[in-house]
Design a protein around this ligand. Structure first.
Ligand SMILES: [Zn+2]
Length: 443
């Protein structure tokens, strides 16, 4: 008797599992990126799915087990995506079939994402253009100078706005998302780089879509960047935490507990933003050795220091020295790389400043000051800047604490001559500016 009751109970339990609550599709978002289109379904639980492609015309069919659609897919702006139309129909009583009508052949990839602090359970469908559009083709702008062999080249600055798409990054008390301010500051920095003679900017991300960390590193290498700058905003439980900081990759551990936690958080971007588990990370094993062999580490530290002192002119600093931690996005062999935490987005005052276009410009300008100062002192061989400097003679890059009279003493020229050969109206110096050092005989 007891045994029968138990069996009945077991049967009931099994039946309950089989006829589980249906999963509901609450809505769908789309993130068009240069080389793919990402479609994200917001769902109420893990969802069982399968997909296959059909030809003539090109379609992608997504079959969803035990699933219901809350409301039809209307109002989704398909704009420049690979998708022409999206429709759905019930199937086998409990299932749902979603069909994407496509503009051409695609290679699909799908995976589930766990809830994060902005979204719940999600099903991600990535559509890669089968016509083989080169990844990031649209950001690979043609060199502005005619590319004769051995012609001096521009210095290439890869600007990497952190996060994007499904990964909002840190979120401020007023709801400001890190991914938005990083893009805004990055775009302003791009403008400044473009104005700089002999330099060119490459945007690693230039819209609201997600890019895996490894892909960001690859893009810097593909573009043969001379410098990689990843832009972020910090966050901490205590809203009083404040200030900008600059990081480089660590050889060993992190230089502080906060640096270690920060790197963990930034490295979680892939998990939050959506990288499927079969994208293995095979690049990084020998990277640290490479970095130390090529002097990339020293170059990174040098740029980082200059950018930090630039930031110190326009913002409070979190730490007065460059910090280090194991940021995966900084692991480009041969490309000096730094990560700038512009401010604490979790601090109400700093959140407000991060949203202010004037402050975004000020941040970009101060990063630019550091970058300019570094390359003027260390122009990579074969670049326009190197050629220009060879033809120009000696120069001095203004550092912190420099005075005009001190520089005059250092190079043994008169103050008068130093002023006149640089057309200075007063003796005020800006960190990162460059003074021509006249030969004493010039006067
Ligand atoms: Zn970040």
């Amino acid at each position: 008797m007891i045994k029968t009751a138990f069996t009945t109970l077991l049967l009931v339990l099994l039946t309950a599992t089989v006829c589980a609550e249906p999963v509901n599709i609450r809505g769908v978002r789309m993130w068009p990126a240069p080389d793919n289109t990402r479609l994200v379904f917001d769902v109420t639980a893990d969802i069982e799915h399968s997909l296959f492609v059909l030809k003539n015309p090109d379609r992608l069919v997504i079959d969803l087990k035990n699933t219901r659609l809350d409301k039809p897919f209307v109002g989704l702006d398909l704009g420049p995506s690979l998708i022409r139309d999206i429709r759905s129909a019930p199937r086998n009583d409990s299932d749902l079939r979603v069909v994407l009508d496509l503009k051409g052949a695609v290679r699909p990839k799908s995976f589930a994402l766990r809830p994060n602090n902005e979204y719940g359970h999600r099903l991600v469908i990535d559509l890669y253009d089968e016509r083989g559009a080169a990844p990031s083709a649209d950001t690979r702008a043609a060199p502005s100078a005619p590319a004769a062999a051995n012609a001096p080249r521009e210095i290439i600055i890869a600007i990497d706005p952190g996060h994007g798409g499904e990964d909002p990054g840190a979120i401020g008390p007023r709801g400001t998302r890190e991914k938005e301010v990083t893009l805004a500051v990055a775009q302003r920095l791009r403008e400044l780089v473009a104005r700089e003679p002999g330099m060119r900017a490459v945007m690693v991300r230039d819209g609201d879509y997600f890019i895996p960390l490894r892909r960001r590193v690859e893009m810097a290498r593909e573009h043969r960047a001379d410098l990689f700058i990843s832009i972020h905003a910090d966050a901490f439980g205590d809203p009083r935490a404040h200030g900008a900081s600059v990081y480089t990759l660590s050889h060993r551990g992190a230089t502080s507990e906060h640096a270690r936690l920060l790197a963990d958080k930034e490295n979680a971007s892939d998990i939050i933003g959506g990288v499927s588990l079969d994208d293995k990370d095979d690049l990084l094993a020998s990277v640290l050795l490479d970095l130390s062999l090529t002097g990339t580490m020293e170059a990174s530290t040098d740029v980082a220091g200059r950018v930090l002192s630039g930031l110190g002119q326009v913002a409070r600093l979190h730490r007065s020295r460059v910090e280090q931690a194991g940021f995966r996005v900084l692991k480009s062999p041969n490309v000096p790389s730094i990560l700038v935490e512009t401010a604490f987005i979790s601090n109400p005052q700093e959140e407000r400043k991060l949203r202010d276009p004037n402050h975004q410009y000020a941040l970009a300008r101060s990063v630019m000051d550091g970058v300019r100062s570094y390359f003027r002192q260390n122009p990579p061989p074969g670049t326009l800047l190197a050629v220009r400097q060879e033809s120009r003679g000696q120069q001095h890059v203004i550092g912190r604490g420099d005075t005009l009279s001190g520089i005059a003493r250092q190079y043994q020229v008169s103050l008068e001559l130093l002023r006149s050969s640089n057309a200075l109206r007063n003796d005020q110096l800006r960190v990162g500016d460059v003074l021509n050092i006249p030969r004493s005989s010039d006067g």
